[in-house]
Ligand binder design. Structure first.
Ligand code: ZN
Length: 243
């Protein structure tokens, strides 16, 4: 498990309560002396996402006492007006399908960009210099705002436009879903893997229900399929730890 001394910098983790952002939160807690979390209410269909955020935070406090002193405030910002503009399968009653531009209907145009602007404004107020997000260009469905190139441009824009010195950290950017499980194992061993399996939420349909080896969910939506496939690949590889 990682237990290097923390840096003096503080980090703000974009934290949705999903598998990826839960790993990012642990990653930040292993590195930063002060970590806060931010979530965005943009009219998600599923209140379960917001509940998962709280359960993961509580689980981290309970299972990782050495991180507890580092985990600070949680913030939830109301972005429902954005959700109304960027209507998609996640925020409206629409089927999950591929659209004409070759992106799944779960893609919310501009979402990560908006999140980062709000997160940077909040981080500035809170004196936090690192923004940590679970964007990943490896396994995803080609979301253009998950590419590191987009993140680099956004980092530059935020620093130019806000006179800040932000770094946008994306620890999962080049990992596969299987390797993300391995990173969780590296950061917090089986206790962290278990917490993420049990409490983080990924399913687009908002189903909890049965606990599969990889977590709760319908098992059939694209998000569940990705999560389950990553888990299966990690187990098949012998659950390697990701350095
Ligand atoms: Zn699902």
């Amino acid at each position: 498990m990682t237990s290097a001394p923390p840096t003096a910098d503080g980090a703000l983790v974009l934290f949705s309560g999903g598998q990826d952002s839960a790993v990012c939160l642990a990653w930040a807690l292993a590195r930063y002396g002060r970590v806060e979390t931010v979530g965005f209410d943009y009219g998600q269909r599923h209140i379960v996402e917001m509940e998962a955020r709280l359960r993961v935070r509580v689980g981290l406090l309970e299972r990782f006492p050495h991180w507890a002193g580092r985990l600070g405030e949680d913030h939830v910002l109301d972005l429902r007006s954005f959700g109304a503009v960027a209507e998609s399968a996640l925020t409206a009653d629409r089927a999950i399908e591929m659209t004409q531009r070759g992106l799944p209907s779960t893609f919310v145009p501009g979402r990560n960009l908006v999140f980062l602007v709000y997160a940077a404004a909040l981080a500035d107020r809170r004196g936090l210099t690192a923004l940590v997000g679970g964007m990943c260009e490896t396994d995803y469905s080609g979301y253009p705002d998950c590419r590191r190139e987009t993140i680099d441009a956004m980092e530059r824009t935020l620093n130019l436009g806000m006179g800040g010195a932000f770094r946008i950290e994306t620890p999962l950017m080049r990992l596969t879903k299987s390797q993300t499980w391995g990173l969780a194992a590296s950061l917090g061993g089986e206790a962290l893997v278990g917490l993420i399996v049990e409490e983080s939420h990924t399913c687009y349909r908002g189903e909890r229900g049965e606990l599969h080896p990889w977590g709760h969910g319908c098992g059939q939506c694209p998000a569940c399929e990705l999560r389950a496939a990553g888990w299966d690949a990690w187990v098949a590889a012998g659950r390697p730890v990701q350095p």
